[in-house]
Design a protein around this ligand. Structure first.
Ligand SMILES: Cc1ncc(COP(=O)(O)O)c(C=O)c1O
Length: 366
């Protein structure tokens, strides 16, 4: 069967991650896979100890610092194991023996962080959105903070259930944030955080790298049992070269940072994110077939989650969308429905094509 909807023109990947990359970044990768910076070697063949690769790491650090206005008392670490490894590494790196941590239970990914955190330390859930099926964020006014906690962990954007924190409170304990799905999609007040961490496969390129931005005073000697490669202090001291960093993914992240910089930086990314998501939410809110259960003020500008009034139509919708090159729109297994992930590389034309498809589908099935 072919695409029934005739207006379709491009192929857009709405996957939650790894996500689509800009076509010009892909073209540059294609070129440099053969010969990187005139070295006669592929980027895949570069030793991480070469001066050219050290230069690339220094440029990546500098670009991140410029784009996020990272103060000089923060280290930028390039680590492996994804954000999921950080769920366990945070308590191991930041807490003293017996010390606990606060966690905001805002959705699927916060729950993962909590479950893993609990394996290493006492966890205090300061507030939960579970009683509202994670369709709204608990207001900071209701967070039950422990003044003795080693840190307070939040998830800035819940990728699976489409919620995004709009503001970050100043807290008496270090604020630690999983920014995996909205990293570099908007400016953030870095000085409010003790640690910011984000896997790169959504807004910053390929899978295999986790950027960890950590305040100097939180670096402590690795406790017994923590492998040195996963110690923030060790990697900070060795400029993320204690062992081989994920060189190719770092290179793609460097290209993405340049791409973001050329377009005007985090503020421009935020404007684009608002524009893309507003287009989609506006259509959903005006429709009888689709609805978005998330509370309006807490809706994510990155992962737009919605349901069809007749749940039986969801599979047909997803199948037809795939045929029309609008791919990977299936909602997260825990929440069902449809999810459109609109990361930095998604052009507004992709969202427009999705909205046109949805309108056509509604006419045929509404
Ligand atoms: C908010 C958030 N945190 C953590 C993760 C896990 O990242 P990784 O698979 O790189 O460990 C994801 C993945 O989708 C995510 O969206």
């Amino acid at each position: 069967m072919a695409c029934i909807y005739s207006e379709q023109s491009g192929h857009y990947n709405f996957a939650a991650g790894p996500a689509m990359l800009p076509t010009d970044v892909l073209a540059q990768i294609r070129e440099e896979i053969q010969d990187w910076r005139g070295s006669g070697l592929s980027i895949l063949e570069q030793p991480f100890t070469s001066s050219a690769f050290k230069q690339l790491m220094a440029e990546t650090d500098a670009d991140l610092r410029a784009l996020l206005e990272i103060p000089s008392n923060y280290r930028v670490l390039f680590m492996q194991g994804g954000a999921s490894a950080q769920f366990g590494l945070l308590p191991l790196n930041l807490l003293r023996p017996g010390q606990g941590a606060d966690y905001l239970e805002s959705g699927h990914w916060a729950r993962k962080a909590i479950a893993e955190g609990r394996r290493h330390a006492p966890v205090n859930v300061i507030a939960s959105g579970a009683d509202q099926d994670f369709t709204a964020l608990p207001s900071p006014a209701h967070w039950r903070l422990d003044p003795l906690a080693g840190y307070c962990h939040i998830t800035s954007n819940e990728t699976a259930n489409g919620l995004q924190l709009q503001e970050f409170p100043a807290l008496p304990v270090p604020l630690v944030v999983d920014m995996t799905s909205d990293f570099l999609t908007r400016p953030v007040p870095v000085e409010r955080f003790g640690v910011i961490y984000a896997s790169t496969q959504k807004n910053l390129g390929a899978a295999g790298l986790c950027v960890v931005i950590v305040r100097d005073d939180l670096l402590q000697a690795p406790p017994a049992g923590l492998p040195a490669a996963f110690s923030y202090a060790v990697q900070a001291e060795q400029q993320s070269r204690f062992n081989t960093p994920p060189t190719f993914t770092l290179y793609v992240a460097a290209l993405m940072l340049r791409w973001i910089k050329q377009r005007g930086g985090a503020e421009t990314m935020a404007t684009a994110a608002r524009q893309r998501s507003a287009l989609l939410y506006r259509y959903i809110d005006g429709s009888d077939l689709y609805h978005c259960p998330q509370k309006i003020q807490d809706r994510s500008s990155i992962n737009v989650c919605f349901q069809l009034a007749d749940a039986g139509l969801t599979e047909i919708f997803l199948d037809q969308a795939e045929l029309c090159d609008l791919t990977h729109l299936r909602g997260h297994a825990a929440f069902g429905g449809v999810r459109a992930s609109l990361y930095n590389a998604m052009p507004v034309s992709g969202v427009q094509q999705l909205v046109d498809f949805m309108a056509d589908f509604e006419q045929r099935h509404g």
